[in-house]
Design a protein around this ligand. Structure first.
Ligand code: GRF
Length: 206
């Protein structure tokens, strides 16, 4: 066979296999893990470009860890008492498992600059407000107290400042007169489950 033709076939195969290769994701959680569940379901879709290969938690009581057992995904609980030690452990785990992207989903620890730099542009977070409004905690209560007409959810890149990285996607949701923090949180959470997969697709296919 002509040498050039051989090279062309080889290149073609390489392109095809890279195209089919799923992006390996680790999801960091601290609690219920309903976003984790929706990401796992999304990853199971044939056409999904991602696989969830690792679930990390700082909290051994996190309910979401059960999804590890259910879907046969590796889980690891990391004690964050000493953040530097915890993050070093994390970095070597992620490297060993060839994790390419990190999705924070209700992860209640703030990652250091050093960690964020090592995964620059590859750490996403979901937040239950229309950022830049209502960074931090108790977003629904604060939005209702301020008589906002709308709230929503945001997926953004993680930067060194809390809930401040570049916004990838947002979904706006109307706050009704009867909404309590609880009802609003339910409405927003169900939209979060749709928004996170969409945001990942946007990042992977800009
Ligand atoms: C979500 O509202 C997310 O936006 C926030 O924490 C909550 C996590 O919920 N960062 P879950 O554990 O995914 O159910």
């Amino acid at each position: 066979m002509d040498k050039l033709l051989k090279v062309k076939i080889k290149l073609n195969l390489m392109v095809r296999s890279t195209g089919n290769k799923k992006v390996k994701i680790a999801v960091f959680i601290s609690g219920k893990g309903s976003n984790l569940k929706s990401l796992i379901q999304f990853s199971k879709n044939n056409k999904s470009p991602i696989s969830i290969d690792f679930i990390i938690s700082n909290n051994f009581k996190a309910k979401g860890l059960d999804y590890g057992k259910k879907f046969k995904i590796k889980t690891k609980v990391i004690n964050f008492k000493n953040k530097k030690i915890a993050e070093n452990k994390l970095l070597s785990l992620l490297k060993n498992y060839s994790i390419e992207m990190v999705c924070l989903a209700g992860f209640m620890k703030i990652l250091s600059n050093n960690f964020i730099k090592k995964f620059k542009g590859k750490i996403l977070n979901i937040h239950p407000s229309l950022l830049p409004k209502y960074k931090g905690l108790n977003t629904h209560q604060r939005a209702i107290n301020n008589k906002e007409k709308y709230s929503g959810c945001t997926v953004h890149f993680v930067s060194s400042k809390l809930d401040s990285g570049k916004i990838i996607l947002q979904k706006k949701i109307r706050i009704s007169k009867n909404d309590t923090p609880n009802t609003l949180s339910k409405k927003i959470l169900s939209q979060e489950h749709k928004l996170y997969p969409k945001a990942i697709l946007k990042v992977l296919n800009p």
